[in-house]
Design a protein around this ligand. Structure first.
Ligand code: HSE
Length: 306
C-alpha cells in the first residue's frame, strides 16, 4: 500500500465543562486527504484545495505534524500530502486538528502502524502548537481515537477514550465570522476561584459519568461551563439567544464549540438534533447572520479510509 485517501473528521473541543481536556469526534463534517509514499525522503505538500493555506511544510500544521513523526522514525522515507479542506479555518470545529491528525494517521497506516494512538496525538499536537501557540490535544485526540476523549494528563500524555451513548447527536452552527484560537485564549483569565473550580469539576465528573451510563439527564445537567464560556461568549454574535433556543427546542445542552465561533448542542436522537438545528438556524436568520449548520452522530472511529 503506497497511497491512502482518508476522511479527517471535524471535532468539538471542551464540550462545555472540559476546557482543554475533553473533545468529541463528528462524522458528517471533515476534510479529505491523500497521503502517499514517495521515493525521495522528507515531506511534500503538493496540493491544497478549499482554503488558502501555506504549501511550505514548516508553515503548515499537517507538515509540522508529519515532520515530528519523521524525526522519530529516523529513516529515509518520504511522503506527499494533498489536503482537500471542507472545514473552514477559524470555525471552532478543529480545522487545523483534522489536517494534522489525518496526516499522521495516514502515514502510520502506510508504515504499518509503528506508533500507538498516544504517540500519534503527540505528533499532531505539533500542528496545534503552530496553529494556535498552544499544544492542546482536545481536538486531535478525538480526531485520532474517535468518540469522546479525555486528556487525563498532558505530562505525561494520558488519553482516555470515553463511551458515546448510541442516541447522542451533535448539532453545530457556524456563524460566518472567524475567531482565532489564539485570540479566544487571550481573553481567558490565568487563575480561577476555588468556588468556580468546584462547580466545573462537579460538572466534568457528572458529564463523564453520564456518558458511561448513557444517562441523558445527567449529561444535560452537566453541560455547563462556569469558567470559559462567560468570557468567550461575548466574541460570538447572538450566542445567548442561539443557546437558549437550542435548549428550548429540546437540546440536552449547548455551548461554544472549541474556541468558537461555532456553537454546539447535544441532543438525544437525530430528530431532536435536527429540530435544534432548525431553531438555531432561525435565530441566525432573524439576526441576519450567515451560517453553516451540521447535524452529526458521534463518530466512534475517528479518521478513516475512504
Ligand atoms: N481547548 C481549545 C480552546 C480548543 O478552547 O482554546 C481550541 O479548538
Amino acid at each position: 500500500m503506497n497511497e491512502l485517501k482518508i476522511f479527517a473528521p471535524a471535532t468539538i473541543a471542551n464540550v462545555s465543562c472540559g476546557f482543554d481536556v475533553l473533545g468529541l469526534c463528528l462524522d458528517t463534517v471533515g476534510d479529505e486527504m491523500i497521503v502517499r509514499k514517495i521515493p525521495e525522503s522528507g515531506i511534500r505538500i503538493s496540493k491544497i484545495t478549499g482554503q488558502h493555506l501555506p504549501l511550505e511544510v514548516e508553515k503548515n500544521v499537517a507538515g509540522v505534524a508529519a515532520l515530528a513523526m519523521l524525526e522519530r522514525l529516523n529513516s529515509e522515507v518520504g511522503f506527499e500530502i494533498e489536503i482537500h479542506k471542507k472545514i473552514k479555518a477559524g470555525s471552532g470545529i478543529g480545522s487545523s486538528a483534522a489536517s494534522a491528525a489525518g496526516t499522521v494517521w495516514a502515514m502510520n497506516e502506510l508504515l504499518e502502524r509503528p506508533f500507538d494512538a498516544t504517540e500519534l496525538v503527540a505528533f499532531a499536537m505539533k500542528g496545534e502548537l503552530l496553529a494556535s501557540g498552544t499544544a492542546h490535544a482536545d481536538n486531535v485526540a478525538p480526531a485520532l481515537l474517535g468518540g469522546f476523549t479525555l486528556i487525563r494528563s498532558y505530562e505525561p500524555l494520558d488519553i482516555i477514550k470515553i463511551p458515546s451513548p448510541d442516541q447522542l447527536y451533535a448539532t453545530v452552527i457556524h456563524p460566518q465570522i472567524e475567531v482565532k484560537t489564539s485570540d479566544a485564549r487571550s481573553v481567558l483569565k490565568q487563575s480561577i476561584s476555588l468556588q468556580k473550580s468546584i462547580v466545573q469539576i462537579g460538572n466534568l465528573g457528572g458529564l463523564i459519568s453520564g456518558l458511561y451510563t448513557a444517562d441523558y439527564n445527567l449529561i444535560s445537567r452537566s453541560l455547563h461551563d462556569e469558567i470559559v464560556e462567560p468570557l468567550r461568549s461575548i466574541l460570538i454574535p447572538g450566542f445567548d439567544e442561539v443557546k437558549q433556543n437550542a435548549i428550548q427546542a429540546g437540546a440536552l445542552g449547548a455551548g461554544i464549540s472549541g474556541s468558537g465561533p461555532s456553537i454546539f448542542a447535544l441532543s438525544k436522537g437525530k430528530a431532536t438534533a435536527e429540530k435544534v438545528a432548525k431553531s438555531m438556524s432561525e435565530t441566525y436568520q432573524n439576526l441576519n447572520i450567515d451560517f453553516d449548520v451540521h447535524v452529526s452522530n458521534i463518530n466512534t472511529k475517528g479518521c478513516r479510509i475512504l
